[in-house]
Design a protein around this ligand. Structure first.
Ligand SMILES: Cc1ncc(COP(=O)(O)O)c(C=O)c1O
Length: 436
């Protein structure tokens, strides 16, 4: 009965919504399924689906839910805020309080602006970098995902990489592995992509060569300091330091996209964990505690170019929305307790140790991927070399046992404080029952 019901819902969705989903990776095609999960509710580490299944969730809305689903403190903060009004389109005290929390937590951020999605934050940070440097070119890494703005889709990870796996189309590269200006999706104008340079992640020579070649016109290097949209690929020693030096020498701004790593791999994000400070930082996910909220921030002299302080236009009807801001405040205020991160680290350690016999586990803090390979994964090419078919089979095996992994090899598991030893042991046992 349950299955027909779900199928009927999916059929309705397909008639009304392209592909039946509002974000492509939810379709679960990369793991060999042709129906998305329809979620009814969530609590702690668990989801309930419309067809009555209870699933142990390692996706956690792709990262935002550090304290689990329906976290009581977050829910209460949102409820209280809603009672006072859901949107004003005017300044509020809570926005100032949230800005104070962000500036206090994230080492390089002196001033910050709130927006509603990571896509918007990354796009706006780059506009600002271009305005500050009066240059056009940007450099990103292959497999880095920074939302779906035109200029940033070139060789992007996450859902785009997952789609590519199903319908590969080569993006030409030069011998050094550098690619230039290839629109990655129909609808991206050639002009929008022409100023995007793509180099492999973790490759010091390729990025140094590209900066040498394009340095004078380079506005920014944008990078996930721990790549997490090709599966988790931590930076090799010296890599982030090298990006910092190349920016200092060329005058480009260093932009860390910490949408995933922010408030996760440490309270102050990867910049705290690895000790390298960018000029601008892009934040999202945990920042909004599961509500639509993101931000970009950085050096005051750069941020003050934003309207109305300066000439760079950027705006949003729902920016700093009171419900999202209340959720963010509720979460961020609890993160100043170091016990939260000690706890997450311990749980992620346990999970990593337990999964190690079954593939290659790569991790930074409470962020990890089980790659279907026995070799190190240093970059997007390595990630694409993993056995995605086998990952799909593992995913389906675990789903049958009530454990929901990310539905793509190119995504991370997102442990939360709601994932206790019981959940970790159950997951390891389920993976073990799939075999080596
Ligand atoms: C590193 C990174 N940057 C930007 C984004 C885009 O954020 P959003 O989906 O909120 O637009 C994502 C989304 O997963 C992300 O992982």
């Amino acid at each position: 009965m349950a299955l027909t019901e779900r199928s009927a819902l999916y059929r309705r969705a397909l008639e009304l919504i392209p592909g039946g989903v509002n974000s492509p990776v939810r379709a679960m095609r990369a793991v060999g399924l042709d129906e998305p999960l329809f979620v009814k509710s969530g609590e702690g580490a668990y989801l309930e689906t419309e067809d009555g299944r209870r699933l142990l969730d390692w996706v956690m809305s792709w990262g935002p839910l550090l304290f689990g689903h329906a976290d009581p403190d977050t829910v209460e903060a949102v409820r209280q805020a809603a009672l006072r009004g859901t949107s004003f389109g005017a300044a509020t005290e809570a926005e100032v309080e949230l800005a104070e929390e962000i500036v206090e937590a994230v080492p390089s951020v002196e001033k910050v602006r709130l927006v509603s999605s990571g896509t918007e934050a990354a796009m706006s940070a780059l506009r600002l970098a271009r305005a500050f440097t009066k240059r056009d070119r940007i450099l990103k890494t292959a497999g880095g995902y920074h939302g779906h703005a035109d200029a940033l889709l070139a060789s992007a990870g996450s859902g785009l990489a997952t789609l590519r796996l199903q319908a590969p189309s080569a993006e030409p590269t030069t011998r050094s592995g550098e690619a230039l200006g290839i629109p990655a999706s129909p609808g991206v104008p050639t002009g929008a992509a022409a100023d995007t340079i793509v180099v492999p992640y973790n490759d010091l020579d390729a990025v140094a060569e590209a900066v040498m070649r394009h340095g004078e016109g380079l506005a920014a290097i944008i990078v996930e300091p721990v790549a997490a949209n090709m599966g988790v690929v931590p930076p090799e020693p010296g890599y982030l330091e090298m990006l910092r030096r190349l920016c200092d020498v060329s005058g480009a701004l260093l932009v860390f996209d910490e949408v995933i790593t922010g408030f996760r791999v440490a309270r102050g994000g990867a910049q705290e964990r690895y000790g390298v400070l960018p000029d601008l930082t892009v934040l999202g996910k945990i920042l909004g505690g599961g509500l639509p909220l993101a931000a970009f921030g950085g050096r005051a002299e750069v941020m003050d170019l934003l309207a109305p302080a300066g000439p760079v236009y950027q705006a949003g009807t729902l920016a700093g929305n009171p419900l999202a801001t209340a959720a963010g405040l509720s979460v961020l205020r609890r993160l100043s307790d170091p016990a939260v991160y000690d706890d997450l680290e311990r749980r992620a350690d346990l999970l990593e140790d337990g999964l190690m016999p079954f593939g290659r586990v790569q991790r930074s803090g409470a962020l990890l991927t089980l790659f279907m390979t026995d070799k190190p994964v240093r970059n997007f090419e390595d990630a694409q070399g993993c056995d995605a078919e086998r990952y799909g089979a593992l995913f389906r095996h675990l789903l049958e046992q009530g454990v929901y992994l990310p539905p793509s090899q190119f995504e991370a598991l997102f442990p939360s404080t709601a994932h206790g030893e019981e959940e970790i042991e159950r997951t390891i046992a389920a993976v073990a029952s799939f075999g080596h």
